[in-house]
Design a binder for this molecule. Structure first.
Ligand code: ADP
Ligand code: MG
Length: 680
């Protein structure tokens, strides 16, 4: 080594020692007293002190850190301890998007930000193995970088062959996979991932908690290449991984979307607009025609209720879960995709496509460490945001169990292999399901129509059945709407642009925690009590159904809070409560109304109580089916009436039911006096 190189290294050591002595002595003594294993240095402070140090650090991070450690040991109080030196707060220009990492970054220090998708269990990995020569007794240290043990090829005494393993240095290692977070993505792009290895004190239990899947982190580290092992033989292709120097939870949750003073001014002005509700509703999927009530509910869902912790520590979620059940081709998927594209921290997944634990969480094999790894699904990754789950009825069995917990407790617990973990899932769910029979049937309980456990269905605050019933007037408007989206797409731009809508929602969620006024409480209470005390007319056994449950009561509170948030108000007023009641009533009517008595009946949603009308309609279907055997598809009306009378139905009821079935698109009259079932 020439003297210039030595003086350069010595120079670095001296400068770093000076930096620590001037700015980090207090921190250093704290680290040592608390028995911690690393000293975290603010990169920007070091850069301000002497850019030569940071330049060298970025250029040759491994050498630099070694010199810095030497410097540290020269300080008296640190002379006896082995401390890792970690860096935080790298400047923005060194924060590289995962998709932009290239081979030029190899062996350089950079930082990345993203969501932890996978975290393996912690395993000891040997970094250095000491071998002994059986002939001369020399000990040889071999650095281990690959999966298989590297032995010395020859001893200094000239001996070749097997060596005796005498010692190994083990380092606790964990592999995490970090994925780009949705807002870093260009629209629709698949998020890229990066494997990151954490070692030593970065895998201590205290830190491990902060690095569970679903957390947003900033990782600083050195990019390394490792050969891809192809069936045992090394290939010329390499994977880029990161050897972490430091990992910190990122403060930037979606609620902390950056709002400039200018943004705040615009938001406050918007909130004064008496038409703000309408404008927001019209800005939800303007290309989709109709569905005002659903869009209104989605707006409320985006704002959300307030998560409350009661004095006894029980928590009530603020998230409003919505389920759309309906006929195929009624724009359910479109709606979900749209919401995922405008809502902050949103994810769209299909229950069908999400293999394994794409939805909740799963334990997968870790090919690097040969252990197990906990992988977060969409609901965990959308923590504090919204997850749009399409075809939720087709989700995997394992996910179903986890969904129950996710939707009420807002956590996902997983215990498999040797991984036991509870992940946060404070996620709002907007789901869509197709009815088992292809079409939604208002006379059959929802629980019997969707392939989903009733207990899960009942966790949705609002359920909207969507039916595709031919209706000339509506169909004309729908056709005009869809066709105009092809000819004049510019007319369908949302009134409020998604960027500002996102900020508006973020602002409301951050600053408004509306409380119920006595007016609002009274409204909700009387609706709830009245509905529950309703007696069913003509109830033979005298058993009173419980029409709505405490769940719906909580749901109404959430909806009312969300309604107040739209105005950026901290008070839930009577009108907010009335809106919540109106929406709740609308849903209950669609799914829970006994269409005969006109009463609401929540039991119909989940258990499928036999209502008077339902049984009649089913009877009528049977009659028509039987007659089809005789006449073919076209069945004479007179025969239907006769057969129904025979079964004890009154004439007036018979006509009413036939009319109803025609209205609902189940039957039609191809010519006078003839009935025919609509093909399904
Ligand atoms: P689903 O998921 O309910 O089966 P999709 O979302 O795939 O249905 O919708 C099918 C197509 O029909 C989409 O291209 C959608 O835009 C269109 N469509 C259906 N209903 C409407 C509507 N009310 N307004 C505009 N487009 C609609
Ligand atoms: Mg669909």
């Amino acid at each position: 080594m020439d003297s210039k190189a030595i003086s350069f290294e010595e120079g670095i050591i001296e400068k770093f020692e000076e930096f620590i002595s001037k700015q980090y002595l207090v921190e250093l003594s704290r680290v040592i007293n608390e028995g911690r294993h690393s000293l975290v240095i603010d990169f920007r402070e070091l850069d301000k002190f002497d850019p030569e140090l940071t330049d060298f650090l970025l250029e040759s991070p491994e050498d630099a850190i070694k010199l810095f450690q030497t410097a540290l040991r020269r300080i008296e109080m640190a002379s006896e301890v082995q401390l890792n030196i970690r860096f935080c707060n790298l400047p923005e220009n060194l924060r590289i998007l995962i998709r932009d990492i290239r081979s030029k970054h190899i062996n350089k220090l950079i930082s990345i930000e993203g969501l932890i998708r996978q975290a393996s269990d912690v395993r000891p990995v040997s970094t250095v193995i000491t071998f002994e020569c059986p002939v001369c007794g020399t000990q040889i240290d071999m650095k281990q970088t690959e999966n298989t043990v590297k032995e010395p090829t020859m001893c200094s005494c000239g001996r070749k062959g097997r060596f005796k393993l005498v010692d190994k240095k083990l380092v606790d290692t964990q592999r995490i996979v970090v994925e780009e977070s949705p807002e870093q993505l260009l629209t629709e792009a698949q998020p890229r991932r990066l494997s990151i290895f954490l070692t030593e004190d970065l895998v201590e239990p205290k830190i491990e908690k902060k690095t569970s899947p679903g957390t947003r982190v900033v990782v600083t580290g050195i990019i390394k290449e490792i050969p891809i092992v192809d069936r045992g033989s090394k290939s010329t292709r390499f994977d880029l991984i990161m050897q972490a120097n430091n990992i910190e939870p990122s403060e930037k949750e979606f609620e902390d979307l950056e709002l400039t003073p200018e943004d705040k001014k615009i938001i406050k002005e918007m909130s004064q607009d008496p038409l703000i509700d309408k404008k927001l509703i019209n800005s939800i999927a303007p290309s989709i025609f109709g569905y005002e009530s659903i869009k209104e509910a989605i707006v409320l869902q985006l704002f959300g209720g307030v998560k409350t912790e009661r004095p006894d520590k029980t928590k009530v979620r603020g998230d409003i879960h919505i389920l759309l059940v309906g006929d195929p081709g009624v724009a359910k998927s479109q709606m979900l995709k749209y919401v995922a594209s405008i809502a902050p921290k949103a994810r769209y997944v299909s229950g069908k496509g999400a293999s394994g634990a794409g939805l909740t969480a799963s334990v997968v094999k870790d090919e690097f460490l040969r252990g197990w790894s906990l992988e977060a699904g969409a609901i965990v990754l959308a923590n504090k945001g919204i997850c749009c789950v399409d075809e939720i009825d087709k989700m995997e069995k394992e996910d179903r169990v986890a969904m129950h917990e996710a939707m009420e407790q807002q956590t996902i617990t997983i215990a498999k292999a040797n991984i036991h973990s509870t992940l946060k899932a404070e996620t709002t769910i907007l789901a869509a399901a197709n009815p088992k029979l292809g079409r939604f049937d208002p006379y059959i309980a929802i629980a019997d129509q969707i392939d989903m456990p009733p207990t899960l269905i009942s966790r949705f605050d609002l359920i909207f059945p969507i039916r595709d019933i031919p209706n000339k007037e509506k169909d004309e408007k729908l056709a005009d709407h869809i066709l105009s989206s092809f000819s004049k797409p510019e007319e369908l731009v949302p009134e409020i642009a998604p960027e500002i809508m996102r900020k508006y929602i973020a602002y409301a969620k951050r600053y408004c925690k509306p409380k119920l006024s006595s007016d609002a409480m009274l409204e909700i209470k009387s609706f709830f009590v009245n509905l529950r005390s309703q007696r069913k007319k003509g109830e033979e056994e005298g058993i009173r159904p419980i029409p709505i449950s405490a769940r719906q009561l909580e749901a109404m509170v959430r909806l009312a809070q969300a309604s107040a948030r739209i105005r950026l108000s901290n008070v839930v007023e009577g009108k907010d409560a009335r809106r919540a009641i109106r929406i709740m009533r609308y849903c209950l009517q669609k799914v829970g109304m006994d269409t005969e008595t006109g009463e609401l009946d929540i039991d119909r949603i989940v258990t499928g109580i036999t209502t008077s009308q339902r049984s009649r309609i089913i009877m009528m279907r049977e009659i028509i089916r039987e007659l089809e055997a005789k006449y073919g598809a076209n069945v004479p009306l007179a025969d239907v009436i006769d057969a129904a009378k025979e079964k004890g139905l009154e004439e007036s009821k018979i006509e009413e039911i036939i009319e109803k079935m025609k209205r609902e698109g189940e039957l039609f009259e191809p010519k006078h006096g003839v009935l025919r079932r609509m093909p399904r």
